[in-house]
Design a protein around this ligand. Sequence first.
Ligand code: FMN
Length: 216
Amino acid sequence: MAHVTMSHLTRMQKYWLVTGSVGPRPIALVTSLASDGLCNAAPYSAFNYMGEDPPLFAIAVDHYGDESHRPGERKDTLCNIEERGEFVVNMVDEAIVERAVLCGSDFPAHISEPEAVGLALTPSEIVKVPRIAEAPISWECKLFKVLDFSEQRSIVFGEIVAMYFRDGLLDEENMRVSIDEFQPYGRLGGPNYARTTDRVKLRVPTYLPSSGVPRE
Ligand SMILES: Cc1cc2nc3c(=O)[nH]c(=O)nc-3n(C[C@H](O)[C@H](O)[C@H](O)COP(=O)(O)O)c2cc1C
């Protein structure tokens, strides 16, 4: 068994070990609007839900590093969200995963990634930011809070105000996601991704079956 003390590592080494050991991670393809109205899209996998009432989630955005084309700058997604206070999180499945990953390329700020990679935009109802038409599920979101927790990283807390489901993905009667139909991609370390088509059901049993109901 290898034991590694984090304080002995460089920043990149910590990044590789942390991101290589937490996965598959959900991918948020975030659309946001620049001040000139240009629609930006970028994938973020430091992303997960935090609660349901209010429906909060978090996305960690690192700032462009010394090795990048824009050292020290905040990413367009973060600037746009801070400026407008609203954005859209689009989920990523097989149909759009390759184009979603392309959106992570170093496009300059004046290029609209959805247009560059061939993803169609369609208006949202509540927020002014468009969503990705091909996404299986999209969330209309308002900014809840930005936490600048280090020189290099900020956490965006967002609140979901409305959701879109592709036909067949919402079981309206039971208000559940039709989970067999929703097949998001997950990100592993580096350029590695996982499908979610191979599934198992595991129910959490109650300790005292006579007094509890298994959690769904
Ligand atoms: C699948 C995937 C997941 C990514 N996840 C993150 C992330 O969680 N945080 C981050 O800062 N960058 C992440 N990136 C890199 C950004 O997408 C990339 O820096 C992008 O160009 C930022 O664009 P923007 O300046 O338009 O916001 C990810 C890239 C890919 C391909």
